[in-house]
Structure formats: structure tokens, C-alpha cells
Ligand binder design. Structure first.
Ligand SMILES: Nc1nc2c(c(=O)[nH]1)N[C@H]1C(S)=C(S)[C@@H](COP(=O)(O)O)O[C@H]1N2
Ligand SMILES: [Mo]
Length: 194
């Protein structure tokens, strides 16, 4: 794919970040095994309809393709990544997120979680991605499915995501309870909570 946006790379690189060539692999747990027959995606909490989606049903959701940059709190940035998947909004609409929802928590099989305000995930660029650069998402990078919320540091983007809970309050996730910033805006360098 040849779609490099030139010229504005400096402006798109947040303070204290360096653009890397490769794509680092970073996670705190072993890569979980994926079985398309037993995989389930659960939508719970403050919704009209709790959902349980099979892999087949999830993959049949309308697909969006989104280009975005990603920023890891450890200092690397990658520009121009192309993701394909289901818009977060699609899931919120199907479940019927209630008006009192203020936050969501996404989770992985290991128990890894990340919290975000509802506005962050309802943004146009937030999606559950099953492909990257036209290929199924590599298990090392969160395949079969990961969250991508490009406007926050990348720890908010849960790999191997299998659940989203809609909440009427905030609940800190895996890194947020370990001293990382609750909001995680890269351009404001919201890295740590001290
Ligand atoms: N389930 C899970 N998701 C996770 C993590 C993790 O440890 N477990 N690490 C986060 C962090 S800190 C980063 S930078 C990105 C790394 O994604 P990558 O390995 O595809 O670059 O995944 C995020 N999502
Ligand atoms: Mo990270």
C-alpha cells in the first residue's frame, strides 16, 4: 500500500516520541490461543441488550477502514497504519448504550483491561480491528481482534479484545491502577499519574 502522507510527520509526532521503522510487539501476558468455534465477544453493563457475538457474527459486521498513527508510552510512534474492522460505534448502537454511560472498559482473556471515556470510543477513528495493511491482524499484535483508539497512548488499545463493559462511572484498567495516566493523551504527554 502506497499512501504515505508526507511533510507533516513532525507535527504528527507527539513530544518525547520517536518514529520507529519496525512495529514493536508489547504485551504483559502470553499470546492467547484463538479458536474461531469457541471465541465469544461480550457486551455488558449499561446497555439495552447485552450481546454475545461469535467470531462469524463479529466478522459479518459492517467494515470500516481507517488510517491512523499510534503512540506507545515507552516512546515509539508509528505513522500511517491502516486498520480494518468494526467501528466501536457499531457495537454501541447494536447493544443500545444507555444515555447514562460515561465510560467503557475493554478486556482481554488474561484479565488485561483498559478504560476510556465514552466520547473517546465513539470517535470516528476508534474501531475493533481484525486486519492491518490488508492482512488478518497478526496474533502478536492482538489478532484476531484488537481495539484501536489512536488518539490515546496505545496501552488503551486492548489486544485480543473479547469484551466491552459500558459503565455509568469510571473504573481504572490494568495500567491505570499501576500509575499510568487515566486520560493518556499523547500530545499532552499524559504518561503517568504522578
Ligand atoms: N491484552 C493486552 N493488550 C495490550 C497490552 C497488553 O499487555 N495486553 N499492551 C498495550 C500496550 S502498552 C501497547 S504499546 C500496545 C502494543 O501493541 P503492539 O504489540 O501491537 O505494538 O498494546 C496494548 N494492548
Ligand atoms: Mo505501550
Amino acid at each position: 500500500m502506497f499512501k504515505r502522507r508526507t511533510g507533516d510527520e513532525k507535527a504528527r509526532t507527539p513530544p518525547g516520541q520517536r518514529v520507529t521503522r519496525g512495529w514493536p510487539i508489547l504485551h504483559a501476558e502470553p499470546v492467547p490461543r484463538f479458536d474461531p468455534a469457541t471465541w465469544r465477544f461480550r457486551v455488558t453493563g449499561q446497555v439495552e441488550r447485552e450481546l454475545e457475538l461469535t467470531w462469524e457474527t463479529f466478522r459479518a459486521l459492517p467494515s470500516v477502514t481507517i488510517e491512523s498513527d499510534i503512540h506507545c508510552v515507552t516512546g515509539w510512534t508509528k505513522l500511517d497504519k491502516t486498520w480494518e474492522g468494526a467501528a466501536f460505534r457499531e457495537i454501541a448502537e447494536r447493544a443500545g448504550a444507555k444515555p447514562n454511560v460515561t465510560h467503557v472498559v475493554t478486556s482481554a482473556p488474561s484479565g488485561y483491561t483498559a478504560n476510556l471515556p465514552i466520547e473517546a470510543v465513539m470517535d470516528d477513528d476508534a474501531l475493533f480491528a481484525w486486519a492491518h495493511d490488508g492482512q488478518p491482524l497478526d496474533p502478536q499484535h492482538g489478532g484476531p481482534l484488537r481495539l484501536v483508539v489512536p488518539k490515546r497512548y496505545f496501552w488503551k488499545s486492548t489486544k485480543w479484545v473479547i469484551g466491552v463493559e459500558f459503565l455509568d462511572h469510571d473504573e481504572r484498567g490494568f495500567w491505570e491502577v499501576r500509575g499510568y495516566h487515566n486520560d493518556a493523551h499523547p500530545f499532552a504527554e499524559e504518561r503517568y499519574s504522578w
